[in-house]
Design a protein around this ligand. Structure first.
Ligand SMILES: [Zn+2]
Length: 157
Protein backbone atom coordinates (compact mmCIF):
# COMPACT_ATOMS: atom_id res chain seq x y z
CA UNK A 1 0.00 0.00 0.00
CA UNK A 2 1.37 3.39 -0.97
CA UNK A 3 1.54 5.97 1.76
CA UNK A 4 1.73 9.72 1.70
CA UNK A 5 4.89 10.63 3.57
CA UNK A 6 6.22 14.02 4.63
CA UNK A 7 9.97 14.17 5.10
CA UNK A 8 11.91 17.16 6.40
CA UNK A 9 15.35 18.06 7.60
CA UNK A 10 15.74 20.45 10.47
CA UNK A 11 16.08 23.98 9.15
CA UNK A 12 19.48 25.38 10.03
CA UNK A 13 20.18 28.92 11.19
CA UNK A 14 22.06 30.89 8.59
CA UNK A 15 24.59 32.59 10.84
CA UNK A 16 27.46 30.86 9.03
CA UNK A 17 28.18 28.71 6.00
CA UNK A 18 27.01 25.10 6.04
CA UNK A 19 29.37 22.54 7.58
CA UNK A 20 29.79 18.79 7.23
CA UNK A 21 27.10 18.14 9.86
CA UNK A 22 24.53 19.92 7.71
CA UNK A 23 25.64 17.94 4.66
CA UNK A 24 25.33 14.70 6.64
CA UNK A 25 21.75 15.50 7.66
CA UNK A 26 20.80 16.49 4.10
CA UNK A 27 22.23 13.23 2.71
CA UNK A 28 20.68 11.05 5.43
CA UNK A 29 17.27 12.61 4.93
CA UNK A 30 17.59 12.38 1.16
CA UNK A 31 18.47 8.70 1.45
CA UNK A 32 15.29 8.08 3.43
CA UNK A 33 13.15 10.08 0.98
CA UNK A 34 14.61 8.20 -2.01
CA UNK A 35 14.11 4.84 -0.28
CA UNK A 36 10.44 5.60 0.44
CA UNK A 37 9.92 6.69 -3.18
CA UNK A 38 11.48 3.42 -4.35
CA UNK A 39 8.98 1.61 -2.12
CA UNK A 40 6.23 3.37 -4.04
CA UNK A 41 5.30 5.93 -1.42
CA UNK A 42 4.18 9.43 -2.28
CA UNK A 43 6.92 11.48 -0.63
CA UNK A 44 7.03 15.21 -0.11
CA UNK A 45 10.51 16.23 1.00
CA UNK A 46 11.15 19.71 2.29
CA UNK A 47 14.21 21.47 3.60
CA UNK A 48 15.36 25.06 3.86
CA UNK A 49 16.75 27.62 6.25
CA UNK A 50 15.68 29.32 9.47
CA UNK A 51 16.37 32.94 8.66
CA UNK A 52 14.58 34.45 11.64
CA UNK A 53 16.87 33.97 14.61
CA UNK A 54 18.64 36.22 17.05
CA UNK A 55 21.92 34.45 16.35
CA UNK A 56 21.63 35.44 12.67
CA UNK A 57 21.14 39.08 13.67
CA UNK A 58 24.04 39.03 16.15
CA UNK A 59 26.39 37.48 13.59
CA UNK A 60 25.42 40.01 10.91
CA UNK A 61 26.08 42.82 13.39
CA UNK A 62 29.41 41.23 14.35
CA UNK A 63 30.59 41.34 10.73
CA UNK A 64 29.04 44.80 10.26
CA UNK A 65 26.59 43.73 7.55
CA UNK A 66 22.87 44.43 7.17
CA UNK A 67 20.86 41.45 8.37
CA UNK A 68 18.75 40.81 5.29
CA UNK A 69 21.58 40.52 2.74
CA UNK A 70 23.64 38.53 5.26
CA UNK A 71 20.80 36.06 5.78
CA UNK A 72 19.96 35.79 2.07
CA UNK A 73 23.60 35.15 1.14
CA UNK A 74 24.01 32.43 3.75
CA UNK A 75 20.68 30.83 2.86
CA UNK A 76 21.95 30.63 -0.72
CA UNK A 77 25.03 28.71 0.52
CA UNK A 78 22.72 26.12 2.07
CA UNK A 79 20.65 25.76 -1.09
CA UNK A 80 23.83 25.46 -3.13
CA UNK A 81 25.04 22.72 -0.78
CA UNK A 82 21.80 20.79 -1.28
CA UNK A 83 21.98 21.19 -5.03
CA UNK A 84 25.64 20.12 -5.19
CA UNK A 85 24.76 17.03 -3.17
CA UNK A 86 21.83 16.35 -5.53
CA UNK A 87 19.40 16.36 -2.62
CA UNK A 88 15.98 15.40 -4.00
CA UNK A 89 13.94 17.98 -2.09
CA UNK A 90 10.54 19.00 -3.42
CA UNK A 91 10.62 22.34 -1.65
CA UNK A 92 13.44 24.51 -0.28
CA UNK A 93 12.04 27.19 2.00
CA UNK A 94 13.93 30.24 3.21
CA UNK A 95 11.79 31.45 6.08
CA UNK A 96 12.41 35.13 5.30
CA UNK A 97 11.82 34.77 1.59
CA UNK A 98 8.89 32.46 1.06
CA UNK A 99 5.24 33.27 0.51
CA UNK A 100 4.39 29.64 1.30
CA UNK A 101 6.14 29.91 4.67
CA UNK A 102 4.56 33.27 5.49
CA UNK A 103 1.07 32.02 4.63
CA UNK A 104 1.57 28.78 6.59
CA UNK A 105 2.99 30.57 9.62
CA UNK A 106 0.12 33.08 9.55
CA UNK A 107 -2.45 30.27 9.31
CA UNK A 108 -0.86 28.42 12.25
CA UNK A 109 -0.72 31.65 14.27
CA UNK A 110 -4.38 32.42 13.54
CA UNK A 111 -5.51 28.91 14.50
CA UNK A 112 -3.53 28.97 17.75
CA UNK A 113 -4.74 32.48 18.52
CA UNK A 114 -8.39 31.52 17.95
CA UNK A 115 -7.99 28.65 20.40
CA UNK A 116 -6.52 31.02 22.99
CA UNK A 117 -3.11 29.37 22.90
CA UNK A 118 -1.34 32.68 22.31
CA UNK A 119 -1.24 35.22 25.10
CA UNK A 120 1.05 37.83 26.61
CA UNK A 121 2.72 37.10 29.91
CA UNK A 122 5.92 38.13 31.66
CA UNK A 123 8.69 35.52 31.62
CA UNK A 124 12.25 35.67 32.81
CA UNK A 125 14.83 32.93 32.46
CA UNK A 126 18.36 32.04 31.52
CA UNK A 127 18.63 32.40 27.75
CA UNK A 128 21.28 30.83 25.52
CA UNK A 129 21.49 32.54 22.12
CA UNK A 130 23.54 29.62 20.78
CA UNK A 131 20.74 27.16 21.56
CA UNK A 132 18.02 29.75 20.93
CA UNK A 133 16.21 28.58 24.05
CA UNK A 134 15.68 29.24 27.72
CA UNK A 135 17.57 27.01 30.15
CA UNK A 136 16.66 25.93 33.63
CA UNK A 137 19.10 25.90 36.55
CA UNK A 138 19.63 22.16 36.07
CA UNK A 139 20.57 22.70 32.40
CA UNK A 140 23.56 24.93 33.13
CA UNK A 141 26.97 23.98 34.49
CA UNK A 142 28.42 25.10 37.85
CA UNK A 143 29.61 28.37 36.24
CA UNK A 144 26.11 29.19 35.02
CA UNK A 145 27.04 28.45 31.41
CA UNK A 146 25.30 26.40 28.77
CA UNK A 147 27.23 23.12 28.48
CA UNK A 148 26.97 23.31 24.68
CA UNK A 149 28.12 26.94 24.56
CA UNK A 150 30.61 27.38 27.42
CA UNK A 151 32.59 30.53 28.06
CA UNK A 152 29.76 32.93 28.79
CA UNK A 153 27.52 32.96 31.88
CA UNK A 154 23.90 33.01 30.77
CA UNK A 155 22.00 36.17 31.58
CA UNK A 156 18.43 36.48 32.76
CA UNK A 157 16.29 37.62 29.86
ZN1 LIG B 1 23.58 26.81 24.41
Amino acid sequence: MNKKIFVSTSIPYVNARPHIGHALEFVQTDTYARYRRLMGDDVFFTTGTDDNALKNVLKAEEVNEDVQPFVRRHAAYFKETCDRLDISYDCFIETSNSDIHTQGAQKLWDLANKKGDIYKKEYEGLYCVGCEEFKTEKDVNEKGECPEHPGKKLDLQ
